[in-house]
Write a new protein. Structure first.
Lengths: 388, 73
């Protein structure tokens, strides 16, 4: 970047051309460019970098601009960034790419996308040199967050909607333990009024009351978990348990609709990386969909097969119905507001699609072997806990 | 109070419910008999004699209404 005015050797011409290309490229891409030499304690920022990060022209001495920039990285993002920078300096990685929040002195909170890499090491061994680019991605990021929020709201809405559909089932699930508690308590009152009271029986009654009460509590807990509006957190999770919980919640509803469920859950299934509530939501939607598809079948012909297996290192689950089968325009199945049901919103499968995508998995539909449709999804196995 | 005569059948697919209801009935000196499926009930049910049936409606396989139809035929 030194203004070299002596002669115009072919080398200089090539260098100049390269600089022009770099400048044109970074301008078109909206990139701010910088270089840091930690050995010589100097850095270079181009004007776009100064604009994007709001580094004033007079902050130029030594590594001051680097300090100015790092002081304005959002405190929650700074540790990650400094950690990545250290990895780069230590040669553990040769480049980094990271998105973070940044407090621009004049324009306020921004989102930046930052790429950096190690320059080829100089023989002097005077410490590392890095160069990189930043890009202002605030608009894109805000749109992303807004989409995410809409998606969360939509999921919440469909959960509430599903819950409405399940309310009969839930009333049953709660009434049953309450009825058990009531009858047991009345039996105990009766026994205690007798002479001599059968205390052994009363003791047994009390422990049954405790068990029934716990059961009611679990139903409410599951309900609460399902309704909770929260962030996605991918945790190692036993998929079989998720399936069983959903089947438990829907049991009375399925009996009422005359649907029988055959379950084949692979034993020793490795955990998936998943969000419990979202996966419950997905399994729930698929099961209710399957049940809806068989509403016109003769009683006795409403069978649902739920399976889990390991398939080529991924965990696969399927819900197979004996209903009307798949529509001709199968690709539209997973689009929002596409529905084949008179009272359907057309959101169930679209929600499943967004859930499976957020889980780095896939979801698809196939015709069932004899009649009806099979919906399948595959999820990656949860990674082992990191060693570092 | 003399013990009531006749049998009370309790039929529910939820075993804990059957247990609680028969327990209560027995505490009140009824001859209560519990079953968790219609098939099981039909095997030991004797139509003669006075009896009362406490019947759950939503059950897998034969549900309460189907059983009632079968009994009244």
């Amino acid at each position: 970047v030194s203004g070299n005015t002596i002669g115009h050797s072919p080398t200089e011409a090539a260098l100049h051309a390269a600089q022009v290309r770099l400048a044109a490229g970074t301008e078109l891409a909206g990139l701010g460019y910088y270089e840091v030499d930690y050995g010589r304690r100097t850095c270079f920022l181009d004007d776009r970098f100064r604009n994007i990060c709001g580094v004033p022209p007079d902050v130029r001495h030594g590594l001051d601009p680097v300090q100015f920039w790092s002081d304005r990285v959002h405190p929650e993002d700074r540790p990650l960034l400094l950690d990545l920078r250290q990895k780069l300096h230590d040669g553990k990685v040769d480049r980094i790419a990271v998105e973070y929040r940044y407090q621009h002195p004049a324009e306020g909170r921004k989102w930046l996308h930052h790429l950096a890499r190690l320059a080829t090491q100089e023989p002097s061994g005077l410490g590392v040199r890095t160069f990189g680019v930043v890009r202002d991605i605030t608009a894109q990021k805000e749109a992303e967050l807004e989409t995410q929020e809409l998606r969360n709201n939509l999921q919440h809405l469909t959960r509430v909607n599903t819950l409405g559909a399940l309310s009969g089932s839930l009333a049953h699930e709660l009434n049953q333990p309450l009825g058990i508690i009531l009858s047991n308590a009345q039996a105990a009152q009766e026994l205690l009024a007798q002479e001599p009271p059968d205390l052994a029986e009363v003791r047994e009654i009390l422990s049954d009351i405790v068990a029934a009460d716990r059961r009611a509590g679990e139903v409410i807990e599951r309900l609460r978990a399902l309704l909770k509006r929260g962030q996605v957190s991918l945790q190692p999770l036993p998929l079989n348990q998720v399936v069983e919980e959903v089947l438990h919640l829907t049991r009375a509803d399925l009996i009422r609709r005359g649907v029988t469920v055959a379950c084949e859950l692979a034993p020793d299934l490795p955990p998936v990386a998943g969000d419990r509530v979202q996966l419950q939501q997905m399994v729930l939607n698929l099961i209710l969909n399957g049940a809806d598809a068989m509403a016109d079948n003769a009683p006795g012909g409403r069978r649902l097969h739920v399976r889990t297996t390991v398939h080529e290192g991924r965990i696969r689950a399927s819900v197979q119905d004996e209903g009307n089968g798949l529509p001709a325009d199968i690709d539209r199945l997973f689009q929002p507001f596409y529905t084949t049901k008179a009272e359907g919103l057309g959101l169930g499968l679209a929600i499943c699609w967004s859930i499976v995508t957020a889980h780095h998995g896939r979801l698809w539909a196939e015709p069932s072997p004899e009649r009806g449709a099979t919906f399948l999804f595959e999820l990656p196995v949860a990674p082992l806990p990191a060693e570092s | 109070m003399s013990p009531p005569s006749g049998i009370v059948y309790v039929l529910d697919d939820e075993p804990e419910m059957v247990k609680a209801l028969t327990r209560l009935l027995r505490a009140r000196k009824f001859d209560a008999r519990g079953f968790t499926s219609a098939a099981e009930f039909l095997e030991s049910y004797r139509p003669e004699g006075i009896a009362c049936l406490v019947l759950d409606v939503a059950m897998p396989q034969i549900d309460g209404l189907a059983l009632q139809r079968r009994l009244t035929h």
